[in-house]
Design a protein around this ligand. Structure first.
Ligand code: G1P
Length: 279
């Protein structure tokens, strides 16, 4: 059974400066909740309540968010505002939160390897909060992936078809379909140069990884941009055994870009209005 979910959250969020000068980008609000809370709620829905953060300098607001604020509780106790904390209280009550710091920014692979101390030797999920995913028709992406893991017991990356001209922004897979929406991966490339992409099946920020990934990451040489790429390590796993690409059900918003962030905000505001009316 998978219980743990890692959240790499040490990045600087430079695309959102100056908003992210003194505030973690993970704490930017999409309407009434910080981006990271959407990710944690998706993990909880998938049964992953052991939450690990790869944190860094300037990220303490994340720890405070996933903790009780006694002063605030005291202030709003017995008022109409009290209910506004129900959802985050529920998150705090269901999960445990652990933190480790990534001292140097050496890539996503390096961030995940830093999380080994929080994971140990068991399969785990990784969620990149920048990719906000919703599925109005059923379970969230991580739930879908956990279910698939029960069947295949191997590493799984979430994928989606993107326009060819955007493939260069992503890790990309190649492989053959083994059931609808499920690919056996034969090759993975991190951010291929235009014209060199094997397919338009882009990796999005949801992974289930078997713990041998840590041994592979320790030996993975710096790749694109001089960084240790998780894509290269998973590609090595795929050379040795089965790794799956899963074309998930639902919609993804790229909240790492300003346009995607605004799109997500508008979509979430529609849902917010359904719950609360115009305000
Ligand atoms: C990372 C991964 C990339 C993946 C992307 C999904 O890139 O390295 O393989 O496609 O997340 O969001 P980043 O967006 O951090 O550049």
């Amino acid at each position: 059974m998978i219980r743990k979910c890692l959240f790499p959250a040490a990045g600087y969020g430079t695309r959102f400066l100056p908003a992210t000068k003194a505030m973690p980008k993970e704490m930017l609000p999409i309407v009434d909740k910080p981006l990271i809370q959407y990710g944690v709620e998706e993990a909880i829905e998938a049964g992953l309540t052991d939450i690990g953060f790869i944190s860094g300098r300037g990220k303490r607001a994340i720890e405070d968010h996933f903790d009780i604020s006694y002063e605030l509780e005291h202030q709003i106790s017995g008022t109409s505002k009290e209910a506004l904390l129900d959802q985050i209280r529920d998150v705090i009550q269901k999960c445990t939160f652990s933190y480790t710091r990534q001292i140097e920014m050496r890539g996503l692979g390096h961030a995940i390897l830093t999380g080994e101390t929080l994971i140990g030797r068991e399969p785990f999920a990784v969620l990149l909060a920048d990719d906000l995913c919703v599925n109005d028709e059923g379970n969230g992406v991580l739930s879908q992936m956990v279910e698939l893991y029960e069947k295949y017991r191997c590493s799984i990356v979430a994928i989606e078809e993107v326009p060819r001209e955007e493939v260069y922004k992503y890790g990309v897979i190649d492989g053959k379909p083994i059931e609808p929406g499920v690919f056996e991966i034969s090759k993975m490339v991190e951010k291929p140069r235009p014209g060199e992409e094997p397919t338009n099946l882009a990796i999005i920020g949801r992974y289930i990884l078997t713990p041998d990934i840590f041994d592979i990451l320790r030996k993975t040489e710096p790749g694109l941009g001089g960084e240790i790429q998780i894509t290269d390590a998973i590609a090595e796993q795929a050379r040795k055994g089965l790794v799956i690409g899963y074309n998930f059900k639902g919609k993804r918003f790229d909240c790492g870009s300003v346009a995607g962030f605004v799109e997500a905000t508008n979509a979430m505001y529609e849902k917010f209005k359904e719950r609360n009316g115009d305000c």
